[in-house]
Every structure is written in C-alpha cells, then in structure tokens.
Ligand binder design. Sequence first.
Ligand code: AMP
Ligand code: ZN
Length: 112
Amino acid sequence: MDCLFCKIINGDIPSECIYEDEFVYAFNDIDKQAPVHFLIVPKEHIKSADDLEEKHNELIGHIFLVAKKLAKENGLVDGYRVVNNCKEDGGQTVGHIHFHVFGGRSMQWPPG
Ligand code: AMP
Ligand code: ZN
C-alpha cells in the first residue's frame, strides 16, 4: 500500500522510533514544532479519525496511555498536548491516522 506511515512502520522508510508494541509505533516528527514532538501511529492502517469504528475503542484508549507514558519519559511534567488532525479541514496531510504529542513549551490556544 502506498502509505508513508505504513512504510515507516514496516521499516521501509527510516524513522527515529521512540516506542513500539503490538498495536502502535511512535517516532519523532521530522519537522518538530516544539522541543518534544513525536507521533503515535496505530499499526493498523486507518485513514483518519473519521474512519474509526467501535472496534477501535481499545486501540484509541491505548494510544492515550502510550502518550502519557512517553510524555513522562520525555520529562513533560508540566503538561503536553495531544492532537489529531482529521481530514482536509483538520489539516491532515498523511492519510494514516496519527496523534501528535507536543511538549517542552507552553502551547497557544485557540489553534490557527
Ligand atoms: P498531519 O499534518 O497531522 O497529517 O501530520 C503529519 C506529520 O507527519 C507532520 O507533522 C510531518 O512533519 C510528519 N512527517 C511527514 N513525513 C515524515 C517522516 N518521514 N518522518 C517523520 N515525520 C514525518
Ligand atoms: Zn498506512
């Protein structure tokens, strides 16, 4: 399948992996927007948050616990932001669902 993140998960494209288990793969974003910026990606190819189904409930919960664990490991004691960009208006540029984790600085609100 011609999917950038599937290729990263399979190792066909190199990445800075920071965590991997049976269900997810996490790696540093190539274009860091904060001192800490990594992506958590399910190994299952799901196009976007708009393609989630009931069967994915546990997977999404797992992703947030992985975010919490990796935030702790990266010293984000004052907090962090988890972002999912969904489809075109949400700013999604890679068509494999992923969750950004940003930290190491104070975040702005609202988003642009
Ligand atoms: P989004 O705009 O929410 O779809 O996020 C896609 C993210 O993937 C962007 O933050 C990109 O910087 C990141 N990205 C694209 N290609 C790579 C890559 N080869 N390795 C790591 N991150 C990447
Ligand atoms: Zn994919």
